[in-house]
Ligand binder design. Structure first.
Ligand SMILES: C[S@@+](CC[C@H](N)C(=O)[O-])C[C@H]1O[C@@H](n2cnc3c(N)ncnc32)[C@H](O)[C@@H]1O
Length: 282
């Protein structure tokens, strides 16, 4: 499990840094590119996908686990009319940004999901690319990951009402690279950019949801994530001068290498992305 210090390595480089190269609402995950051609529209389409998956709507209470900078919380309350939306993140900078936006119906806090004790039960849950932080590479090697993922699903079951819906999104690790440089680059991203975490395998989710959640739909979006990362990389490079001046050469060079690695990783099938519709088993 990534601890708070490790999560802050990944997300607390600076809100203004991420604002330069993410979309305007700062979604830091794959967008849905069907029929759209801008990053902004792809991110909205992704949030709309999760609204349907989690059955969000007026009068519903939503939990967003790993809420990032609050793009999903904002969308589900402002656009979909969700009444109470609670977001948890381990990053203090992200939480500050959500609270700075002062979004009606939204409450965000810095909280590890393992310490979360909700004041009420939820009808809808969304978790977009947070599960990658649950098991460390060492825990995966020791075979402890399925138990950790199952514990995550068990907790969420306990925080929800009967009939609850859950929109889940995870990065997948698929093929193992056979090229030395690609292996080194993936190691760099795993240990330097996202320490303490590891992307999942599709079969991990299939094993771990039982006996708490039924999977009713799964979509993979490998090419969508390649496209999202390519767009992030182009925007990062557009701001190279500013980033080098304000955050230093190491930050620019590391992020350039990380995003290049992701574009290639999705292209080469080393990685993919999955979106799931889950229904609570009552
Ligand atoms: C890749 S970001 C995704 C953010 C957001 N869902 C989005 O789509 O932009 C992963 C998120 O998971 C959060 N996270 C990681 N470990 C966590 C934990 N143990 N408890 C709660 N949140 C956690 C991070 O703080 C971050 O907000």
């Amino acid at each position: 499990m990534s601890n708070q210090q490790e999560v802050e390595v990944s997300y607390d480089v600076g809100n203004e840094f991420f604002r330069l190269w993410l979309d305007e609402k700062m979604n830091y995950t794959c967008g849905n590119w069907d029929g759209v051609d801008t990053l902004e529209a792809a991110q909205v389409a992704k949030l709309e996908w999760h609204a349907r998956a989690a059955n969000v709507g007026p009068g519903k209470r939503l939990l967003d686990i790993g809420c990032g900078w609050g793009a999903n919380l904002e969308y589900q309350t402002r656009v979909k009319g969700c009444t109470d939306a609670v977001g948890i993140t381990l990053s203090r900078s992200q939480c500050e940004e959500v609270n700075r936006r002062n979004l009606p119906g939204v409450a965000a806090k810095v909280c590890d999901y393992r310490d979360f004790r909700p004041d009420f039960k939820f009808d809808s849950v969304i978790s977009i690319c947070m599960m990658e932080h649950i098991a460390t590479p060492e825990e995966v090697r020791e075979g402890k990951h399925i138990g950790l993922y199952r514990d995550f699903f068990r907790r969420i079951h306990g925080w929800t009402n009967p009939g609850a819906s859950f929109g889940l999104q995870t990065i997948l690790r698929n093929r193992v690279p056979r090229i030395k440089e690609d292996l080194e680059d993936i190691g760099f991203v795993t240990y330097k950019i996202f320490p303490g975490g590891l992307s999942l395998r599709l079969e991990d989710i299939i094993k771990a949801v039982n006996p708490y959640w039924e999977i009713t739909e799964v979509y993979t979006r490998r090419e969508d994530y390649e496209k999202t990362c390519a767009e992030w990389l182009a925007r990062l490079r557009k701001h190279e001068g500013t980033i080098r001046a304000q955050w230093g050469d190491v930050v620019f060079d590391d992020y350039d290498r990380y995003l290049r690695t992701c574009v290639r990783g999705f292209h080469m099938h080393y990685q993919s992305l999955a979106q799931y519709v889950l229904r609570r088993i009552d």
